[in-house]
Structure formats: structure tokens, C-alpha cells
Design a binder for this molecule. Structure first.
Ligand SMILES: [Zn+2]
Length: 167
């Protein structure tokens, strides 16, 4: 049964918790990221346990994804590992936002996708200290406040001292 979907069978859950392990390609996970600094090329790995809790499912476990990023400041490519180690998700089977059940199976992909998308870096940086590309560092922030002071010659202090001496 080589299903590439992350789903759990309700019938199986009647006999206890179900282990779900595998991977989803970004396509299978339905992740369509519009951020040009973030590229999803690697599969999302999951290692989960599903349990039935009354009229809902409790999914716990870990989700891992390697994200290819580009630094927002220096544009250097780098890799960031996203890990949701104690991920837990409550999937209602009753009520308004109940999960859709298709031939006895609940698709867990949307729940994982939501949390992974939230965990993606909003402003990827190769390093928190990254100062950007050389030459474009904070240009225009008016850091050069020196020119105004340049008119004052360093030796003016000595001039004044000299004047004092003359008195
Ligand atoms: Zn950088």
C-alpha cells in the first residue's frame, strides 16, 4: 500500500494508536510558497502517532523539513532545518471544523502544512549578524555625519591652548 498521502484510517484507530512514518514531497504536501527567498526541494519527513480521543484525533510526533533559503541581506544560499519535535495536533471529527473523512480515512496533510508554513522563516538570514553585501551596507542611512565636523581642524584645540599660553 504505497500511498503518498499522510492519512490515517479510522478503522485502524479502533484498535489503538497508529504509527505514521514517511515523507511527503512539497507537492504532495501542497506547499506552494510564494517567497522567492525560500525554496522547498526536499521532502518533509514525519514520524507521528495518531490516537482516537473521543470525537477527535490526537496526532503527536515530529516533523522535519530541510529548507533551501537565500539570505535576505546578502542573497547567499543556505540551508535551514525546520524541526517540529513535539508537534501535536487536535483533529476534530465532529462539529463545524471537523476533518473530512474520505473512505474511512482522514487526511492529515493540511494540519501539518499549516504548521510548517508558519514555521518557515519570514526573513531568512544566513546569520543573525549578516551585514549584507559589501558595498551596500546601510547606504543612505546618513552614517557619515563626519563631513559637518570636518571643518573643525583637530589642531584647533591646540590653537586655543596656544592662545591661552600667550596670555
Ligand atoms: Zn547573509
Amino acid at each position: 500500500m504505497a500511498t503518498s498521502k499522510l492519512e490515517v484510517s479510522l478503522q485502524q484507530l479502533e484498535h489503538g494508536s497508529v504509527k505514521l512514518q514517511g515523507e511527503l514531497t512539497p507537492d504532495e504536501a501542497g506547499m506552494d510558497i510564494q517567497d522567492e527567498l525560500i525554496h522547498l526541494k526536499k521532502p518533509l519527513l514525519y514520524d507521528l502517532t495518531a490516537e482516537r480521543l473521543g470525537e477527535s484525533l490526537l496526532i503527536t510526533g515530529s516533523v522535519q523539513l530541510i529548507v533551501d533559503c537565500e539570505c535576505a541581506r546578502c542573497l547567499r544560499p543556505f540551508v535551514q532545518e525546520l524541526r517540529l519535535d513535539s508537534w501535536a495536533c487536535h483533529v476534530p471529527l465532529e462539529g463545524e471544523d471537523r476533518a473530512e473523512v474520505l473512505s474511512d480515512c482522514v487526511d492529515l496533510t493540511p494540519y501539518i502544512r499549516e504548521d510548517i508554513v508558519l514555521a518557515l522563516p519570514q526573513h531568512p538570514l544566513c546569520d543573525t549578524e549578516c551585514s549584507g553585501l559589501p558595498g551596500m551596507v546601510n547606504s543612505g542611512t546618513g552614517k557619515k555625519s563626519a563631513p559637518a565636523a570636518e571643518g573643525v581642524k583637530p589642531n584647533s584645540v591646540w590653537d586655543q591652548l596656544d592662545k591661552l599660553k600667550l596670555r
